[in-house]
Design a protein around this ligand. Structure first.
Ligand code: NDP
Ligand code: 8X3
Length: 251
């Protein structure tokens, strides 16, 4: 019987690439995000390979997160794989110049949103004694760079939650793991720099960054290990990136 995966942040980047590779491998999908048109387009593309249900919501909206997940149709209600991927950086300001709205957005999306979705889905996994949760962290969960203050703090929180969730859920046969990417060329920097595409493109110049597909393939590897194998914590960097702060660029 095919598994069902629930992917947050499936409208672009890592989440979308993961949906694509899961679909090719006949995993049923619930794809989520705020941009409904993109979700519907993706549903149309992937429907040739698997069953896809679209769920449009903002992970910050607690009531909607719970009502949408509780309202899933019967055939999509038992989630086997949760990919906690939705998230972004907002701004790169030093702390004394920080924009408190950016801070709220990152804390509310990257930490609280991930928790709401997990709380809405994990009780069913516990009841069925079956499930796998992949939390998308970051090199910023392990390292910190100037201007990364609050974003890095949210990803350090994801790292801690990943360990804590595993402690809470392993007794029920539920696998919890984190994949921590380095620089991946997605819409991430465009969001961080509030639509300044030129500044965003510069982040990925002078070296070969990871592509969303690189991370999606690794996520697929993790979820296809046998039940007794839990790949708990994976840091995946572009070869040119040695740490959160050291990237070898050539122009
Ligand atoms: P993208 O900007 O391409 O994708 C972000 C996704 O998150 C989108 O689908 C977006 O959907 C969704 N999202 C953002 N805010 C919300 C919200 N409030 N409610 C619901 N969905 C939301 O970036 P990436 O693919 O790169 O990022 C995915 C994850 O990977 C993030 O957690 C990020 O922190 C992490 N990461 C990224 C790295 C990189 O270098 N790119 C490196 C390490 C980690 P929509 O806007 O439609 O709601
Ligand atoms: C995204 C990678 O280095 O911009 O988490 O924080 S980085």
């Amino acid at each position: 019987m095919s598994k069902t995966a629930f992917i947050t942040g499936a409208t672009s980047g890592i989440g979308k690439a993961t949906a694509e590779i899961f679909a090719k491998n006949k995993i049923k999908l619930v794809i989520c995000g705020r941009r409904k048109e993109r979700l519907l387009d993706l549903q149309k593309t992937l429907a040739k390979d698997t069953d896809v249900h679209v769920l449009e919501f903002d992970v910050r909206d607690k009531a909607t997160v719970f009502s949408k997940i509780q309202g899933l149709p019967e055939t999509f209600r038992n989630i086997d794989i949760l990919i906690n991927n939705a998230g972004n950086a907002h701004g790169l300001d030093p702390v004394h110049k920080g924009n408190t709205e950016d801070w709220d957005a990152m804390i509310d999306i990257n930490i609280k949103g991930l928790l709401y979705v997990t709380k809405a889905i994990s009780p069913n996994m516990v009841e069925r004694k079956q499930g796998q949760i992949i939390n998308i962290g970051s090199i910023s969960a392990k390292d910190v760079y100037g201007g990364g203050n609050v974003y890095c703090a949210t990803k350090h929180a994801v790292d801690a939650l990943n360990k804590g969730m595993r402690m809470d859920l392993s007794a029920y046969g539920i696998r919890v793991a984190a994949v921590h990417p380095g620089l991946v060329d997605t819409e991430f920097s465009t969001v961080r720099f509030k639509g300044d595409v030129e500044r965003a493109d510069n982040v990925y110049k002078g070296f070969t960054p990871l592509a969303a597909q690189d991370i999606a393939e690794i996520i697929h590897f993790v979820v296809t290990r046998p039940q007794h194998v839990n790949v708990t914590d994976l840091l995946v960097l572009p070869t040119a990136q040695a740490s959160g702060t050291q990237i070898h660029k050539e122009f």
